[in-house]
Design a protein. Sequence first.
Length: 334
Amino acid sequence: MMLDHVATALREALVRVEAASSTAELRAAETELLGKRGPFAQFKAQLGALASPADKRDGGRALNEATQRVSAALAARRADLAAAERAIQLEAERLDLTEVRIAPRRGHAHIVTQAWERLEDVFIGLGFQVAEGPEVETDWYNFEALNTPPNHPARSEHDTFYLDYGTPGSTLLRTHTSPVQIRVMQTLTPPIYMVMPGRVFRNETADATHLAVFHQIEGLVVDRGITLAHLAGTIEAFTKAFFGDGFTSRLRPSYFPFTEPSGEFDIRTPRGDWLEIGGCGMVHPNVIRAGGLDPEEWSGFAFGFGIDRMAKERHGVGDVREMYSNDLRFLEQF
Ligand code: DAH
């Protein structure tokens, strides 16, 4: 009789365990089934009242077996439910990082860098190579080798920043990119077709058209039989390549210690305005010599102009200081 009750209770218990749909429900079922008030505990209490020892033994064995099977079913169900719940939780907490749009905003090169790089591109297209020299120079490279000895009046136009290094006045921040001409001639054997962009420094108060730190690009050609016609042709080819077909150039006589004759070149816009761009000329024999070359064998032309100025004109910037104010509202326009 008792064995039938135990078997029925076991069947019901197993159904109950399988029916639990969460670990919380399962915990409740466990307390109900195996707890002190559960059916099996009650049967156990009744065992003592049984008359026959054989019934007691069989009943005890059936009860033990039943509670073990319920325990095993609970453990198995608990493992299944926990795995399912964990999967649900993981899915809920999943972060799809490919969906979160936190791509950084894309910036761009500064307009002076853009002009610098375009100038290099255009000159490379005309057959030039690119070289760079040091920003800290000696007086010799910056002036003397460029046919500008001490006390030369042209020096007063370069308000030079001198460094507190070596003999006073011997070390400075280069005032132009022209000293790189000397370094290039000392390093290479002609033919030389080179442009030399870089940063230059002058001890001046900044205004709408001047900065104490700015950029120039220098050009140097040294070859056999170079004439002023080559210079004019190169300036014209550069003008068309950089500004466009509607632009032309002209040379005006001028003076620089390192070129003879010297000129300044202007560019005519399609509207007919003339823009003063830079200086140029035939490399002075003293400069060729300072570069370690024989001016009887080699001749050349040189030019130099401001890069910031090109960016300013190209983008119609009214005041060069704006280009270095680091104001994003300005910079983001280009
Ligand atoms: N170095 C001159 C300056 O800074 C510019 C210049 C003029 C460079 C004539 C040249 C040149 O190479 O031939 O004002």
